[in-house]
Design a protein around this ligand. Structure first.
Ligand code: ADP
Ligand code: ASP
Ligand code: MG
Length: 597
C-alpha cells in the first residue's frame, strides 16, 4: 500500500485540541487507503523550556545529557498522539527514535542519521497501525540517545519518507506554506506555489526556519515529494520538487540570519594551507561557516574572514584560537551584532543585474554592506543587525516579491543560458547515493573546471553605501554576466571587491569599471586574465564542512594557492591560477572517487 508521512510541528500539537486535529488528519489519510506514518515534534515551546531548565542547573550541560533531556519532549507528544488516534477508532503505536531504529553518529545535539531500519515500522503498518514516530531523535551505536539539531523533526520525516519509499511527505506547520520571506517579519510576503529542492535548500540553509535544511538534502538525494501545509486549514501549501515554478521571478525568496558573527584572521603568511587548517578545525567541531573571504595578499600577508552563527561563536573561537596560533596569524578580530541577508533564485544564473539591483535598494535605504558573497543561485550580504528587518523588507520589495504576479525587475538583461546542461543529473546522483555508507554522508557528484573566466579586483574603495551598486550597475548595463562576487570586510575604511567575468568580456568590463572608478580617488583596479575556476557540485556542501576540509587539504598538500571561494549547499567554487587548474581538477576528482574525464 502507498505510504504517506505526515509531520506535525510544535505549534500544531501544542494542546489536546490540536493533537486531536492532527490525529484526525492521520486517520483521514488511513481511511483514504494510505499506510500512515506520523512524525511529531515536542509540544509548543517544550524544547525551549527544557533548555532553560537545564541552564537553570548548569551553564555547560554535557551534550549527552542534553539529548537525554530534549528527547523527552517528542516522547510526550508521540504517546499523546497515539491516544488521540485510538479515540478516533484506529490502531496506533508510538515509537521513540531508538525503537524505530534511527541509528545516528555520536555527535550529541547535532547527530547525523547513518541508517534507519524499516522492519518494525513495516510490520506495524501491515498489522493496520498508524505509526507515530518521535521526530528529532535517534540513537548511536552504543544506545546513547542523540538529537539531530533544532528543527530536526523535518529531517526525521523526510528520512522516514525516503526509507519507506513514501508517495508523499506532508509537513504541517503554522503558516500556509513556504513564503517569499518570513511572513512574521514581512507581512506582505507571498506564498510560493512550488519551489525547487536547490532553492529551498539554499533558503533553509541561509536562515528560512520553515524547514530544517538537512531535510531538504534528504528530499533531493532520495527524490522525496515534500509538501509544506498549514495544520489549521485545508490550504494546499507549497510543493518542494525538483523544478521550480516557472512563474517565480528572477529571485524566489529572501532569507536571513539575524544573529551572525564575523571572524577575521589578520596578517596570515600568504601560503597554501590556510583554508585547509581553518576548515579542518571547524569541520572537526562541526561548525558550518559561511561568507569565507580572503583578500588579495599585500606584502606577503593575507586576511581571511568568515561568518558563523553568533551562538556558535564561542565554540568556533575555541578552535580558531589554536588554528590562528599554528598559522602565525598576527591577530584575530570578532565582530558581533551582524545579520546576513540573502536573495535566492535560479533566475540569477541567466540574468545580469541581480546583484546591482540588490545593492541599489540597500544603498537607497542607506544600509551599508560589510561583506558580499555569491553562488550560482544566491547573493548574501552582511549588514549591521539594527538594519536587518528593514533590509529584508527593502530587498523583498525591490525584487517585486510582494506583488501578486512578479514581473522581472527593470534591471534584468536576459543573457544566454551558459549554465544549461550543467546540472548534476539525477541518475548520477542516484548512483552515488546507492554507494554512500551513511544516509547523511557527503555527496559530491561532480568536480569540473572552467578556464574561460577572468578575475577583476577593485581595492581601496570607500566603505560607503552605494559603492557596490555603482560597480555592479556599470557592469550589468554593459550586459556582462558576473559569476562570482566577493566584497571583503573593510579595513581602515577601505573595501575591496573581487569578481569574475567571462574572459571574452574582460576588456569591456575594465572599460566600464574605469569610468566608475574615476569617482573614487585612490581606488585601484587589478585583473588576472588567467584564472581557473573549480566547481565542486553535490548536496549539503556548506553544512557538511567536511567537504571544504577535503578540498582545501588536497589543494594545500599539492601547494596550490586559493584566490577566491564561494560556497552554497550545492556548489563550492574556488578560483586558483589557470596554470594549476588541470592538475587540481585531477586531484580533486580522485579525492572524491570520480572518474577522470
Ligand atoms: P514547526 O514547529 O511547525 O516546525 P517552525 O517554527 O519551525 O514550525 O517553522 C515555521 C515558521 O517558519 C513560521 O512560523 C515562519 O515564521 C518561519 N519562516 C521563516 N521563513 C519562512 C518562509 N520563507 N516561509 C514560511 N515561513 C517561514
Ligand atoms: N523539538 C525540536 C525543536 O524544537 C525539533 C523540532 O521541532 O523539529 O527544535
Ligand atoms: Mg520546524
Amino acid at each position: 500500500m502507498a505510504v504517506i508521512v505526515q509531520k506535525f510541528g510544535g505549534t500544531s500539537v501544542a494542546n489536546a485540541e490540536k493533537i486531536r486535529a492532527a490525529a484526525q488528519r492521520a486517520v483521514d489519510a488511513k481511511r483514504r487507503g494510505f499506510d500512515v506514518v506520523v512524525v511529531v515534534s515536542a509540544r509548543g515551546h517544550k524544547t525551549d523550556e527544557l533548555i532553560d531548565l537545564a541552564h537553570g542547573i548548569t551553564k555547560n550541560p554535557r551534550p549527552r545529557e542534553m539529548d537525554m533531556l530534549l528527547s523527552t519532549g517528542e516522547q510526550e507528544s508521540v504517546a499523546l498522539m497515539a491516544m488521540a488516534v485510538h479515540e478516533l477508532g484506529e490502531d496506533a503505536i508510538s515509537l521513540t527514535g531508538a525503537q524505530i531504529g534511527v541509528l545516528t553518529d555520536t555527535t550529541h545535539t547535532k547527530a547525523r542519521i547513518v541508517s534507519i531500519s524499516t522492519q518494525r515500522m513495516q510490520e506495524l503498518l501491515k498489522a493496520g497501525n498508524i505509526v507515530i514516530a518521535a521526530g528529532f531523535q535517534g540513537v548511536d551505536s552504543s544506545m546513547n540517545i542523540t538529537t539531530l539539531g533544532r528543527g530536526g523533526s523535518d529531517t526525521t520525516a523526510t528520512a522516514l519518507a525516503a526509507v519507506l519509499n513514501a508517495e508523499l511527505c506532508e509537513i504541517y506547520t503554522d503558516v500556509e506554506g513556504v513564503f517569499t520571506t518570513d511572513p512574521r517579519v514581512v507581512p506582505s510576503a507571498r506564498k510560493v506555489e512550488r519551489i525547487s529542492y536547490d532553492e529551498m535548500l539554499e533558503m533553509a540553509s541561509l536562515g528560512a526556519g520553515v524547514m530544517h535544511s538537512r531535510s531538504i538534502e534528504f528530499a533531493k538525494k532520495y527524490q522525496v515529494q515534500l509538501r509544506v501545509r498549514p495544520a489549521y486549514s485545508d490550504g494546499p501549501g507549497t510543493l518542494i520538487a525538483p523544478e521550480s515554478d516557472a512563474a517565480n521571478s528572477v529571485v524566489t525568496g529572501v532569507a536571513f540570519v539575524r544573529n551572525e558573527a564575523l571572524v577575521t584572521l589578520v596578517g596570515l603568511p600568504d601560503q597554501p594551507g590556510v583554508m585547509s587548517s581553518l576548515f579542518t578545525s571547524l569541520s572537526a567541531a562541526r561548525i558550518p561557516v559561511d561568507m569565507v573571504v580572503q583578500n588579495v595578499a599585500r606584502e606577503g600577508f593575507a586576511n581571511v574572514s568568515f561568518t558563523v552563527a553568533e551562538d556558535e561563536l564561542p565554540a568556533a573561537m575555541k578552535v580558531i584560537n589554536e588554528t590562528a596560533r599554528q598559522l602565525n596569524a598576527q591577530n584575530i578580530e570578532q565582530t558581533t551584532g551582524l545579520s546576513k541577508v540573502s536573495v535566492v533564485g535560479h533566475g540569477m544564473q541567466t540574468h545580469t543585474g541581480v546583484a546591482a539591483r540588490m545593492f541599489h535598494v540597500l544603498a537607497e535605504a542607506g544600509i551599508n554592506i560589510r561583506v558580499v558573497t555569491t553562488s550560482e543561485i544566491k547573493i548574501s550580504v552582511l549588514i549591521d543587525r539594527d538594519h536587518c528587518s528593514r533590509a529584508v523588507e527593502t530587498v523583498h520589495k525591490g525584487f517585486g516579491l510582494d506583488q501578486p504576479t512578479r514581473p522581472l525587475p527593470d534591471v534584468g538583461y536576459v543573457a544566454t543560458d551558459r549554465h544549461a546542461g550543467q546540472g548534476s543529473g539525477s541518475e548520477v546522483v542516484a548512483d552515488i547515493v546507492s554507494r554512500l555508507d551513511g544516509m547523511e554522508s557527503i555527496l559530491v557528484s561532480d568536480v569540473s573546471a572552467d578556464k574561460e573566466q577572468s578575475r577583476v579586483t577593485i581595492s581601496a574603495l570607500p566603505d560607503d553605501p552605494g559603492v557596490a551598486e555603482a560597480v555592479f550597475t556599470a557592469i550589468a548595463e554593459g550586459g556582462v554576466l558576473v559569476d562570482m562576487i566577493i566584497q571583503n570586510a573593510a579595513r581602515d575604511g577601505r573595501a575591496t571587491i573581487s569578481l569574475t567575468v567571462p574572459s571574452g568580456d574582460l576588456d569591456r568590463s575594465i572599460l566600464l569599471l574605469r569610468e566608475v572608478l574615476e569617482r573614487y580617488t585612490g581606488s585601484q583596479l587589478t585583473t588576472d586574465r588567467h584564472i581557473g575556476k573549480l566547481s565542486i557540485a553535490g548536496i549539503g556542501l556548506r553544512s557538511h564542512t567536511d567537504v571544504g576540509r577535503r578540498v582545501f587539504r588536497t589543494l594545500a598538500e599539492n601547494r596550490i594557492n586559493v584566490q577566491m571561494i564561494n560556497t552554497s549547499e550545492i556548489k563550492l567554487s574556488i578560483v586558483i591560477s589557470e596554470s594549476e587548474c588541470d592538475r587540481a581538477l585531477k586531484l580533486l576528482r580522485a579525492e572524491f572517487g570520480l572518474a577522470q574525464g
